[in-house]
Ligand binder design. Structure first.
Ligand code: PRX
Length: 635
């Protein structure tokens, strides 16, 4: 029996049991049979969740791009690796074969080297969803540079914070980007960010929208002429299994975004193995994940996982609403997409538009549908199942995180019977546990608690860049000897998991993780604002939207509240990005605080969600009287 490709439920249980009873042997076999190594490991796993330290395939030598590209050249050189669908439907799609991908990655890698980038250097990539984005990440991996991709919807301030946190030497960007009918001045955003980033000495600029941009001499260079002059061969850097592959920032409940560090071998093995099974990819399939490579979903399931399996992975530059809300389905028809992986927020937005835009297109190529990023509600699940999958394509509701590197709890299509809103069963190698608040493991079925993982899996983040202590405190201190996810979950009578949402102050808006702290910091920058607090409340399409409570400095001053709301959202757009704009802003004279001065968000959340019947214990409040006044003025 091959452990690599699970095809039915009994096989899943067998493989799962093996992965728990003999994890080292289990992962060793997969690593040995399905990847190319310069040197095999001395030890499969070394771990200690107290320090915490985790090492997989210690002593092994490899290069992930050899596994994602070079090894496919013998049999699949002319197969499409990346299928690029541009923003405008009348612009031709591009089929980049594995051979072309090889050549372009090598050229890019040679340009990086010529610009002085060497193993271990950090390179920030701030690009739209164009092929250069995937190629740039792979080029970094080719030479052992650590890529830090920043989603190109983040503002200059957010970009600068991320560049400085990991001391990036170089930024790779484009003149601008297309987003539906709009263009965005990416280079201008980079220029603003770099005012604050002395560590960056080079900016490489891809040309996408052919706009006039300022090129700072000595720092900025057009990418294409450099690529054209570069050789199409680049000897891959020999990487250690535990050498960092990339940093990817994710929001925390407090403070700075966390630069999650993923290392090479374990990440590769896990991303590839999950991709193969969760999407049941077959040799001639066309696979499409609609995420942006700026998020972990794009890293693992647009770039590394699919390419490590020699797949054809579709990259879409545009948005689901352009030129109309049928765009996703038109792309499925045009490219005969077999596996389609998207987020509940997109499903809800498209469901709202009615069925005519779905029925116009032939979706019969679809075999597997995926969902990721937030809990999928029952209504959206059924709409997806009935109208897109025509009840023939299983829905894989995949639960995982930036920190986990790969999918953790998911059905295996055609093996695991699905259940609406349930991510179902742990993937082989994943040992989930539910804990009560006192830290006791709840071992029965039909319980709910805090979702933890008891045993290391190969693609777990190894640290937070520059702050191992924070890594330990955030993930390994809430419960002894176990990784805490920050999510709540319940387990049903057959052991299926349903993720119920964050139990900390991270709010998921349209599938994007937002920490409250950077948004509150931005609001507080407004000269009229004294203090603010953000909570989430349910929203039909976004899943959650943001509700802000704002205390103004001079209560006597009568400023126009609507103008203030606009200004506050403008500041948030500048400091964090448009995804963090508030849907509702309530001006208030006070915020409920504990005696130690901590804002009681639990109460604010209940008020914003209209759940004021049971506000819970307010006796510890310093100022209980503000609660009534906030309730009286709720929006
Ligand atoms: O709360 C969970 C939610 O998204 C969080 C992780 O966000 P991020 O690191 O941005 O990664 C998103 C893509 C992997 C989780 O802690 N989440 C993710 N997938 C699901 C989910 N919640 C419920 N169901 C899911 N399938």
């Amino acid at each position: 029996m091959s452990n690599y490709h699970i095809k039915h439920l009994e096989e899943y249980y067998q493989v799962y049991r093996k992965s728990v009873n003999a994890p080292e042997q289990f992962w060793e076999e997969i690593a040995e049979e399905h990847f190319l190594w310069y040197k095999k490991w001395d030890k499969v796993l070394d771990w200690d969740f107290t320090t915490p330290e985790v090492r997989w395939f210690e002593g092994a030598k490899l290069n992930i791009t050899v596994n994602c590209i070079d090894r496919h050249l013998t049999t699949n050189a002319s197969k499409t690796a990346i299928l690029f669908e541009p923003n405008a439907p009348d612009e031709a799609a591009q089929h980049i074969t594995y051979q072309q991908l090889h050549d372009r990655v090598c050229q890019f890698a040679n340009v990086l080297k010529a610009k002085g980038i060497t193993k271990g250097d950090r390179v920030c990539i701030y690009l739209p969803m164009i092929p250069e984005l995937a190629i740039a990440t792979l080029a970094c991996a080719r030479i052992g540079a650590i890529h830090s991709v920043v989603f190109a919807g983040f503002s200059a301030t957010a970009l600068a914070t991320r560049i400085n946190d990991s001391d990036c030497k170089m930024v790779i960007t484009s003149d601008g980007s297309y987003r539906g009918a709009k263009t965005i001045d990416l280079k201008g955003i980079v220029d603003d960010a770099l005012e604050e980033c002395p560590c960056v000495s080079t900016v490489l600029v891809a040309q996408r929208i052919h706009s006039n941009v300022d090129m700072k001499s000595g720092r900025d260079e057009w990418l294409q002429p450099l690529l054209d002059a570069a050789a199409t061969v680049c000897v891959p850097e020999v990487m250690d299994a535990e050498d960092p592959l990339f940093i990817l920032y994710t929001s925390g409940s407090t403070g700075m975004p966390k630069g999650m560090v993923h290392t090479t071998a374990g990440y590769m093995v896990y991303a590839a193995y999950t991709f193969k099974n969760v999407f049941q990819y077959k040799q001639n399939d066309v696979y499409w994940c609609t995420a942006d490579i700026g998020w972990i979903t794009g890293h693992s399931y647009i770039v590394y996982g699919p390419l490590a399996n020699g797949a054809t992975t579709l990259m879409f530059e545009g948005v689901p609403s352009y030129p109309d809300f049928g765009r996703f389905w038109s792309i499925v028809e045009k490219h005969k997409v077999n596996q389609f992986y998207t987020a509940p927020t997109a499903i809800r937005a498209l469901a709202k538009e009615g069925l005519e835009l779905v029925e116009k297109y032939d979706l019969s190529s679809l075999k597997v549908l995926g969902s990721v990023g937030e809990p999928i509600n029952e209504e959206a699940w059924h709409w997806y199942n009935d109208n897109i999958g025509k009840k023939q394509s299983p829905i894989v509701d995949t639960w995982w995180q930036t920190e986990t590197g790969g999918i953790m709890i998911t059905p295996i299509p055609f093996a695991t019977p699905t259940k609406p809103t349930y991510a179902t069963l742990p993937f082989p190698g994943v040992q989930p546990a539910l804990m009560d608040e006192a830290g006791k493991e709840l071992k029965d079925n039909q319980v709910s608690g805090r979702l933890c993982i008891k045993f290391p899996w190969p693609s777990m983040a190894r640290t937070i860049w520059g702050n191992h202590q924070r890594y330990k405190e955030t993930y390994f201190s809430a419960f002894e000897n176990t990784y805490f996810t920050g999510d709540g979950a319940l387990r049903d009578e057959v052991g299926y998991y349903r993720i119920t949402g964050r139990v900390d102050d991270v709010i998921i808006v349209s599938g994007h993780n937002l920490g409250t702290a950077p948004i509150e910091d931005a609001i507080n920058e407004h000269p009229a604002v004294a203090e603010s607090a953000i909570v989430g409340f349910p929203h039909d399409i976004k899943g959650n939207a943001l509700y802000g409570y704002v205390i103004l400095k001079d209560v006597g001053e009568s400023r126009n509240h609507d103008n203030l709301r606009k200004e506050i959202n403008q500041i948030i757009t500048e400091h964090v990005g448009p995804i963090a704009k508030l849907d509702k802003i309530q001006f208030t004279n006070g915020l409920p605080k504990t005696r130690s001065g901590k804002i009681m968000r639990r109460i604010l959340r209940k008020i914003a969600c209209n759940e004021t019947r049971n506000l819970g214990d307010t006796s510890t409040l310093l100022n209980p009287e503000v609660v009534q006044s906030i309730m009286d003025n709720v929006l």
